[in-house]
Design a protein around this ligand. Sequence first.
Ligand code: NAD
Length: 320
Amino acid sequence: MSQVNILANDGLHEDGILLLNEAGYQVVTDRINQEDLVNELPAYDVILVRSATKVRKDLIDACPNLKIIGRGGVGLDNIDVEYARSKGIEVYNTPAASSKSVAELVFGHLFSLSRSLHLANREMPQQGESQFKALKKRYSKGRELRGKTLGIIGFGRIGREVAKIGIGMGMEVIAVDPFIDKSTIQLDFAGFPDFHFTVDIETVTLERMLKKADYISLHIPKLDKPVISEREIDMMKDDVILVNASRGGMINEDLLLKSLEEGKIGGIGLDVFEGEPVPKLALLNHPNISVSPHIGASTSEAQANIGRELAEKIIQYFGN
Ligand code: NAD
């Protein structure tokens, strides 16, 4: 086998690098600027990217020896996938590797908003020493998740992981997905390897869920228009808490701000934004919005899964 050269232009977890090195492949993780790739990438057989590096038609044309484009993560918007495949190039992504991490981040936002942790964390460093009692009073209107209804829009990989945590938390879970009628969820319990609990969840209409849910989380692919607009917000319970860790723009952001001001929506957790990487300041500054900079998949566990999954696919392609 001739030397396989791999450029991991947006980085690769050390577990992935180790597997590839053990298989005798060369992995370069020094980042090459987008404009220089057209000259540098022809020396490689494989390019691995996350979301930063773009692999467009012109770059593909410049690299006739390129055999694999690997995307660590789900979305393939930064790659001209059909064109690459038409040239015989394999395009791999790792859609399942980060589902659990995204689901845990969703609950980070839900807990934060339910207990105003995002605000307390901003204000305690400045005022905690002198205004402890006033802050205690301000943040004493928390709510529990247990016993509440969690609506999930999009019952794919991440939606189902969110459901598992919700059920474990004692929440009633209702899911909306026009392409899935029913899904069986299996809950495992650490420390009890022989004990599993399965539950069938039948999806319901969006309208039915909106009227019932106390918390709503979005887990849909990028669609042409928002799934949550005026009509849907009108149908929601007052003081509902939303989370969007799917794609920016799937909830109309201007409408979100308006609904927060009017008190219809109680709080929002946002990991994704329209116009990333420049989100609206009004969202970032809003006291009822808990924000994170698109870090749903950014755990060491997810990155290790991604690294291993890509490495295994590459090794399978070239043979060992
Ligand atoms: P998935 O394909 O497994 O699931 C998406 C589900 O949405 C599918 O079951 C599909 O049938 C359903 N769906 C499509 N249109 C719908 C609609 N109009 N209403 C309700 N459901 C609809 O995808 P996934 O792996 O669960 O990822 C979900 C989203 O999370 C994607 O947009 C992905 O890009 C995003 N994501 C975000 C992060 C992050 O860092 N925040 C990380 C990974 C993935």
